[in-house]
Design a protein around this ligand. Structure first.
Ligand SMILES: [Zn+2]
Length: 230
């Protein structure tokens, strides 16, 4: 049997009808592209969704460059330096080779901190990200510790998440990064972990897409079931 070319499907009247019908049912936010398929979404009289409104409220606070915020930052920097006295490092930073963690690395040096950079290699590192990391630590003169995950075990974990249709399949990596940062901080007796994320692009998404609560519930269930069996 010859397969039909994909663009043939666009000409199928019944499919087009279905798409149109589906589009009609959905209401789309006037500011972003989120629509009524998201649970708990509500729109105001101007058609703006609640996620946009919550974001704007938080952003107004976070992106302000007030004297008060600068003072707070300087106090924190002074505390980190004080608590790191006589130690090799005064803080830990995660370093992926991407833009957020690179900027954090730059800022720590700009503000005179002495960071230890930690990198988690989960087996998916691109050549570009490896080259970036090498370049960053060399130019900024930062010590780097890299942890390489067991590839077979990590592959197994990721496949399990994929097969379970969990929306956020980055959970194993995100958890491993946090665990590694805390583990190394404890081992090195470093009191501060500094991390960076992109509030402008990531903070708007509905929390349900993160699936964190659901996963924690599943894990809790799994742990308590295992405990009962043993
Ligand atoms: Zn919106």
């Amino acid at each position: 049997m010859n397969a039909r070319p994909w663009h043939d499907f666009l000409l199928m009247p019944e499919l087009n009808k279905h798409v149109e019908l589906h589009m009609e049912e959905k209401k789309i936010c006037s500011r972003c592209i989120m629509d009524s398929s998201i649970p708990d979404i509500v729109f105001d009289e101007n058609g703006m969704c609640n996620y946009c409104k919550e974001y704007e409220k938080k952003a107004a606070l976070l992106f302000s460059d007030s004297n008060q915020r600068r003072e707070k930052r300087n106090e924190l920097l002074a505390r980190i330096k004080e608590e790191g006295k006589n130690k090799e490092y005064d803080c830990i930073i995660g370093l992926s080779g991407g833009v957020d963690s690179t900027y954090v690395a730059y800022l720590t040096k700009k503000f005179g901190l002495r960071p230890l950079a930690i990198h988690l290699d989960n087996g998916w590192n691109s050549e570009l990200s490896v080259a970036n990391i090498k370049q960053i630590v060399k130019l900024l003169d930062i010590d780097l510790y890299t942890h390489v995950m067991d590839w077979e075990e990590f592959k197994d974990l990721q496949l399990s998440f994929l097969k379970s249709s969990v929306t956020n399949i980055e959970i194993p990596t995100d958890h491993a990064i946090s665990a590694l940062l805390f583990k190394r901080a404890a081992e090195e007796n470093i009191r501060h972990i500094i991390s960076g994320n992109n509030f402008a692009t990531e903070a708007i998404q509905p929390s349900i897409w993160g699936e964190y609560n659901k996963i924690y519930d599943l894990l809790r269930g799994y742990i308590s079931n295992s405990a009962q069996k043993n």
